[in-house]
Write a protein that binds this ligand. Structure first.
Ligand SMILES: Nc1nc2c(ncn2[C@@H]2O[C@H](COP(=O)(O)OP(=O)(O)OP(=O)(O)O)[C@@H](O)[C@H]2O)c(=O)[nH]1
Ligand SMILES: [K+]
Ligand SMILES: [Mg+2]
Length: 365
């Protein structure tokens, strides 16, 4: 449905304000794009290769306890000390949980202005961008603004924490001008506004479909800049709860997406690990040979929303070439066993048996 706008006097003034807002949002977004002369110690991350089934980055101000946490949950020892910037590079550790190996990346502390290149900010943030999840470590004894300050640093380089990509379709075309459609009357956008923004970004030929009535200007710009945006899950973790009042602890623990812990007293750490596991939504698949009980001692780990095709790829890159069908037992199966094709979406703890066309290829392993 295409929405038309009747311009009453109120509407005109509100549109003027909206136009100013859209201009501001656009200028801010442009300011934050990495341009020539953007300072700092390089924009690339640290030279640590990804390994395991997923990566979690520990991001936080100096001395909040990132290295202490790494040393608690992995076998890796990262130097811990009471002074700032004890950690100067990325230290990877391996967290073993639920049959998966999760790479945990201890990173140098970042400071305000990190996104503009202060300290190792850019490098730290680049490393965070390559992660499946950010564990934002906060000091429970420090002032409340630390959380918003850190969020702003990540936001400034295009990281969007705990957000879904905006539900706006945008396709650039070779010709034909702009075609802007709203699926429902938008609350914060209008056609003229989007037209102006698109013109500023030199997207003169394109098709836009706004599916979300609550979409904002910033979200629209995020869609235009999608190559520079990363949507990552974040768990906020307040460490050092041994040093605060119960009342304060209660307040912190009720913030959204938040966990609390004391590495010193060994409190809450297991809970943090479990919360990470839930957020990563990794799926354990048990493979089964024909006529033999499934092997529950070793799981194959795949991502959320994975299909049988992904399972095949996780076993061997050529397995799907000889694929005929798969048998599935578990939550994703309508009846057991269900005979499925490559596009079947698997669920955690499914048992899967792959049947191939070549003789002898009746199992996954
Ligand atoms: N009271 C208290 N102190 C803690 C806790 N966890 C860590 N510390 C102390 O906090 C200080 C900093 O710990 P680190 O692990 O080095 O902190 P970091 O975040 O890695 O610091 P940088 O690498 O410098 O950014 C050390 O003196 C730790 O002993 C905790 O749960 N409670
Ligand atoms: K430290
Ligand atoms: Mg450290």
């Amino acid at each position: 449905m295409r929405c038309t706008f009747i311009l009453t006097r109120d509407r005109i003034s509100s549109r003027l304000i909206k136009r100013q807002c859209s201009k501001l949002a656009r200028l801010r977004a442009q300011l934050l794009e990495p341009g020539p002369g953007a300072g700092g110690a390089g924009g690339t991350g640290f030279d640590v290769s990804k390994s395991g089934d997923a990566r979690i980055a520990l991001v936080g101000f100096p001395s909040v306890g990132k290295s202490t946490f790494l040393s608690k949950v992995t076998k890796t020892k990262s130097e811990v000390a009471a002074y700032s910037f004890t950690t100067l590079t990325a230290i990877p550790g391996v967290l073993e949980y639920g049959g998966a190996e999760i790479q945990v990346l201890d990173l140098p502390g970042i400071i305000e202005g990190a996104s503009e290149g202060k300290g190792r900010g850019r490098q730290v943030i680049s490393a965070a961008k390559t992660s499946d999840m950010v564990l934002m470590v906060l000091d429970a004894t420090k002032r409340a603004e630390q959380r918003a300050l850190l969020e702003a640093e990540l936001e400034a380089v295009g990281i969007r924490l705990n957000q879904d990509p905006p539900n706006i379709y945008l396709k650039q075309k070779k010709a034909g001008g702009m075609k802007i459609t709203f699926q429902a009357p938008p609350k914060y956008l209008d056609e003229k506004m989007l037209y102006n923004i698109l013109r500023d970004y030199r997207m003169l030929n394109c098709e836009v479909l706004v599916r979300d009535e609550n979409a904002t200007i910033d979200q629209f710009i995020d869609v235009i800049m999608k190559d520079h945006r990363t949507y990552i899950k974040c768990l906020y973790v307040y460490n050092k709860i041994d040093s605060i009042s119960l009342e304060h602890l209660n307040t912190l623990a009720h913030e959204p997406n938040t966990a609390v812990m004391s590495c010193e007293l060994d409190l809450g750490i297991q809970d943090v690990v479990e919360r990470c596991w839930e957020e990563l939504r990794l799926i354990r698949i048990y493979t089964k040979r024909k006529g033999i009980e499934p092997d529950f001692s070793e799981a194959l780990i795949v991502r959320n929303h994975s299909t049988i095709e992904d399972v095949c790829d996780a076993v061997h890159r050529t397995l799907k070439e000889s694929f005929k069908y798969a048998l599935v037992w578990g939550a994703s199966a309508r009846h057991v066993p269900q005979r499925v094709g490559l596009s079947h979406v698997v669920a955690d703890e499914d048992v899967v048996s792959i049947v191939g066309s070549k003789s002898g290829l009746s199992t996954v392993k």
